[in-house]
Write a protein that binds this ligand. Sequence first.
Ligand code: ZN
Ligand code: ZN
Length: 464
Amino acid sequence: MSISRRQLLKKTAAAAGTAAIAGQSTSTSGQAPAVVTARRFRAWVTRGFGSDRTTLQELTLRPISGRQIVVRTEATNLCYSNVPFVLSLQAPAAAGGRADGPPGGPPAGGAAAGGRGAPPQRGTIQGHGGVGIVEAVGPQVRRVQVGDRVCVSGTPQCGSCYQCLRGRADMCQYLSDNNLAVIAEMTDGTPVVANSHIGGLAELMVTNEEWVVPIFTKASAADLGMACSCVAVAGLGATTSPTLAPVQSASTAAVVGCGPLGLSAVIGAKLAGASTIIAIDPIRVRRELALKLGATHALDPNTAGLDVVARVRELTRFPTDRFQSGGRNSGGLLGGAGADFVIEAVGADAVPPKMEAGPDPTGILPMRQAYEMTAPGGHVITTSLPRGNITLPGVLFSIGGRTHHAGQAGGSQPMRDIPRYVAMLDAGQFNARALATTVVRLDDMLPAYEQVAYRTTVTAIMTP
Ligand SMILES: [Zn+2]
Ligand SMILES: [Zn+2]
């Protein structure tokens, strides 16, 4: 059969087109062709260094591919750790470099996230997580389908990296993947990335399969946004996730710092059945809220003459100190006193609060106190972002019997634990409304973030 020159040219052109599409897709997914979902949406974009560095922009979504997922945002939390980047409030000198991503991990977003020395050529959608509805999926996505309700988790869980395979998805190595994809463009063509592969302060989140957890619930957007927020996940994880040191029934617990993370830990400790829960925070309304949510005692670390560590040891005293009768005494390096479980959730001040300030703006002193108020044989789980280095008594650290757990996400394993937290919300066990003291729409995001920064609200949820 003969082929005309015209037919041959047509065939060649078609083949060239196929090659171009294949070439495009291999750079991102290695397999399937790109899925085109061009769409316009509004987002708060941080760009450059100026005083108005975060502005509301209309963006055009870029085509997605591979394991990418487009989620229509229903709710996102305004995390304190993003304060220096979203607002034009400079953190005090030598601030920890982790203010733009999930707690505890390496910097996400790199220079594009708005750190010192960042080139202004890219914009970044801040935030790290939220809840929403899947609008589009790349061809390799299996975990969720279009129309699913999902939590975009602050911590990924790929299921196949070294850490995920050994049961430490809280350390999933995608967490430190700084190779951010350009997901959208501003009207002037400026490329835009999402902080930590997630974003959140936008009508859409574009993320990858590893960060997404399908959830099945009819809970309201704001309640769900609170229960699935990075802070609730960390507080509930530190107290109820099996990964680190879940609080045991009838044990004694202390929670140092009663922001949204610490208050979630108070709720978790109560759910786990702790007999004594001591909440420690300088802000009176937060201590009162802790008592409503299940704390049995509340301490103000600013009270003149109060030795917080000694007071916790007193409050966790047994009815007897007779060793022969199962008792424990109250002091000494190897004494029995102290809380069985201590959850530390203070961190450094990004800006001086407009409410009662704590005793140490770096967050180091309360972290050390958290270690020291832990009983021998007990567990201390740290979850905050302090500024500087911690010094501990060497002998206490060496042979004092306290076990420290570095609590990125409180040890939560997203695919296993986030559905549990949603179940707690649905069962009325997690009081989301008590924590989400500010709920705003997209346009009112900045004033709400200022409330978070100055600690005049417990935390804020944005529902676009
Ligand atoms: Zn966060
Ligand atoms: Zn992993």
